[in-house]
Design a protein around this ligand. Structure first.
Ligand SMILES: C=C(O[C@@H]1C=C(C(=O)O)C=C[C@H]1O)C(=O)O
Length: 157
């Protein structure tokens, strides 16, 4: 296992959990993009990053990408369900129960950022990142592969 595999693995779990977010919002008035919630996520990240000794701006950059990745997956699924009504979800998960899971994965991502702080600054980072992406994405479907690709560009600093 490469040094960036845990970080990329947690990012992949967050991408996959976006399916539940998409299902929670499907057929409701809740928009895919919720700027107020995004700001709460980023404020929390900045505070936790500072406590962990990470650069809060760098951590926020990484999480802006996690958020864009989640919206990419949600938009992809909503478009797919519009085009294929027989594939629409039949149950609606509760967003209030999914967001704490997103927060838990966010904590994992922050700890993994802390654990890889020096490596992410070094010359091996892009190669390690590509390796971690390849290992992790091989188990995912194409939409989640695209989401994970959107989640990782800020990881090397
Ligand atoms: C995941 C959600 O959808 C979007 C993505 C967010 C995220 O990735 O944290 C936050 C708010 C929304 O713009 C959500 O509403 O919780």
């Amino acid at each position: 296992e490469g040094a960036l595999d845990p970080l990329v693995g947690s990012a992949a779990q967050r991408v996959v959990l976006s399916d539940q977010v998409a299902a929670a919002k499907w057929g409701t008035d809740s928009p895919i993009e919720d700027p107020e919630r995004e700001q709460q996520v980023l404020d929390g990240v900045a505070a936790d990053a500072a406590e962990l000794g990470l650069d809060p701006e760098e951590a926020k950059r990484v999480f802006r990408d996690q958020i864009e990745a989640s919206k990419l997956v949600q938009r992809g699924l909503h478009a797919y369900w519009t085009a294929h009504p027989d594939q629409q979800p039949t149950e609606r998960p509760d967003l209030g129960e999914i967001r704490p899971e997103l927060d838990r994965l966010g904590d994992e991502i922050l700890l993994a950022l802390r654990d890889t702080d020096e490596l992410r600054d070094g010359p091996s980072c892009p190669g390690d990142l590509l390796g971690a992406y390849a290992h992790t994405a091989s188990g995912l479907g194409v939409l989640h592969q695209a989401g994970l690709g959107r989640a990782i560009p800020s990881i090397c600093s």
